[in-house]
Design a protein around this ligand. Structure first.
Ligand code: G3P
Ligand code: MG
Length: 227
């Protein structure tokens, strides 16, 4: 069965990576949520896709250049502040949702982000283990040393030459890919799938997960594929 993940929450209807989107999603039966984490200057994990706040808020500059208190002055398009990881984890506590926490460390390697984030996740009552992903393999390696029994998946938009060798060597649970790779004998989740025909095909091929901007539409597709 393919798990449907809301990519950055529910951006088809709410600002991406917003608490409003996450809240709606968990209250309307979302199966999985993918979200992106950075650190502020004072090492508070916050949820945003970009390293800069320019595209999605009324402010500008790098997340890492602001303290959390300073960052909270800026507003998303729905007038909410940038969510903290702590707020998000409170929202999903004891919810039946599969989380995919993406550590956004491919452009900026935030000092100690792995330990800070892992500590917060482990302090939260969650019904399912968290899938940790990153484009930056050393980040996942650091996480593995801290918490060997979590789920780790490497993100890449490239074709992986030998997926089995890679996941074995890096002790990964799977790969999160931008393109379906036919016949890949490891756990594979695909982003970003917003076309219903493509999604139905991937579901029929039993990929482990798809990341979509419109999870409610994709749940209808999943229902149709199951019937
Ligand atoms: O985790 C899947 C996807 O979110 C990776 O790309 O750039 O949307 O974070 P990006
Ligand atoms: Mg992401």
């Amino acid at each position: 069965m393919t798990t449907v993940f809301g990519h950055r929450g529910y951006p088809a209807r709410f600002p991406e990576n917003s608490l409003a989107g996450f809240r709606y999603a968990v209250e309307h039966g979302i199966e999985g949520i993918e979200f992106d984490v950075h650190l502020t200057k004072d090492q508070v994990p916050v949820i945003m896709h970009d390293e800069q706040i320019d595209r999605t808020t009324d402010g500008s500059g790098l997340i890492e250049s602001y303290t959390f208190a300073q960052l909270r002055q800026f507003r998303l398009a729905n007038q909410e502040p940038i969510p903290s990881l702590a707020e998000f984890l409170t929202l999903v506590t004891n919810r039946d949702v599969q989380l995919n926490l993406e550590l956004k460390t491919d452009k900026i390697q935030y000092p100690n982000i792995e330990r800070i984030v892992m500590g917060m996740v482990h302090a939260t009552a969650l019904k399912k283990p968290v899938i940790f992903s990153s484009f930056h393999l050393p980040t996942l390696n650091t996480c593995q040393k801290l918490a060997p029994n979590e789920i780790y998946c490497w993100l890449t938009d490239r074709r992986v030459a030998d997926p089995v060798a890679l996941v074995t060597r890096e002790h990964l649970n799977g790969l999160h890919l931008s393109h379906y790779q036919a016949g890949i004998p490891v756990t594979e989740r695909i982003w970003t799938v917003d076309n219903p025909t493509v999604a139905a095909d991937l579901m029929a091929k039993h990929v482990a997960g798809i990341f979509t901007d419109d999870f409610e539409m994709m749940m209808q597709v999943k229902q149709q594929v199951a019937n």
